[in-house]
Ligand binder design. Structure first.
Ligand SMILES: N[C@H](CCC[C@H](N)C(=O)O)C(=O)O
Length: 276
């Protein structure tokens, strides 16, 4: 099967983006993992598959696969690249689109300054929505990791996140504890582990050890989850600049059932064709 694709990134979180509207795409999880391999394949954090939607009022379907081949519910940096891709490829002439994902509809909008703003939907906190094994919903939950107790906040942006506040993201044990949190038995479907350093009520630094992908240079849903967790803890105001290792995102949330808004870049690195 010959596949045309684009290699893209959102702040260094990189993707293989495939048009599944004008191409017939049938990839096994194993084939996706092979494509995702940094040496033996194309190499990416996630593969994004663009599909047509038959749902009235919805423009596209958005399927997301981690580099190990596992399919997941949401990808924030990927949603910005998705929007740029469908416009660049001539799949739509709209600049604001409705995209259905495994967990709800998101609304990316291409801005005149080249950035992309995405309505990422409403965050969820109930243990069953994460999923997280806990007696009840709590803003902060003590998670025992490597014999230490970490105060985490669990947030679903469609995909699961466990966020903690650290003194410094430079010295936080992201690799070691990120992997232990990702695979902690209280997260039946594993989890993305966020390490947030508060600089002010409107500015944080963030590193995320992503489920299945390890630490990435940026994580869009992780940035959303971190800001939501910080606002709920009374540490952040409604609009926050999130400094990731790959660059900056602007995240806004008015609380309660309001959606989380994320603004940032989306870059096409190259287009290619591959025989799978
Ligand atoms: N690793 C994540 C999916 C990608 C999320 C991230 N790349 C983003 O920008 O939100 C998960 O397994 O839930």
């Amino acid at each position: 099967m010959k596949l045309n694709f684009s290699k893209m990134h959102g702040l260094g979180n990189d993707f293989m983006v495939i048009d599944g509207v004008r191409q017939t795409v049938a990839l096994s999880h194993q084939q996706i993992a092979q494509l995702g391999h940094r040496q033996f394949g194309i190499g990416f954090d996630q593969l994004l598959l663009v599909e047509a939607s038959t749902t009235p009022g919805i423009d596209f379907r958005y399927r997301i696969f981690n580099c190990d081949g596992s399919e997941v519910e949401q990808c924030g940096n990927g949603s910005r690249c998705f929007a740029r891709f469908v416009v660049e490829q001539g799949l739509t002439d709209k600049t604001e689109i409705a995209v259905e994902t495994a967990k709800g509809v998101i609304y990316p909008r291409l801005e005149l300054d080249g950035n992309v703003t995405v309505n990422m939907g409403t965050p969820r906190f109930a243990p069953e929505d994460i999923p997280f094994i806990a007696p009840n919903e709590a803003m902060i939950d003590p998670l025992i990791v490597d014999g230490q107790v970490y105060d985490i906040s669990v947030v679903s942006m469609g995909n699961p996140h466990a966020v903690q506040v650290v003194e410094s993201v430079d010295t936080a044990p992201v690799a070691l504890h990120g992997a232990l949190i990702e695979n902690h038995p209280r997260f039946p479907q594993k989890v993305n582990a966020g390490f947030m350093q508060i600089l002010s009520r409107n500015e944080i630094r963030l590193r995320v050890f992503e489920r299945a992908a390890g630490e990435t240079l940026a994580c869009g849903t992780g940035a959303c989850a971190a800001v939501v967790a910080g606002i709920r803890r009374g540490l952040l105001d409604a609009t926050v600049i999130v400094h990731t290792r790959g660059g900056d995102l602007t995240i806004s949330w008015a609380g309660d059932t309001h959606p989380v808004l994320m603004t940032g870049p989306a870059v096409t690195v190259f287009a290619g064709t591959i025989e799978v």
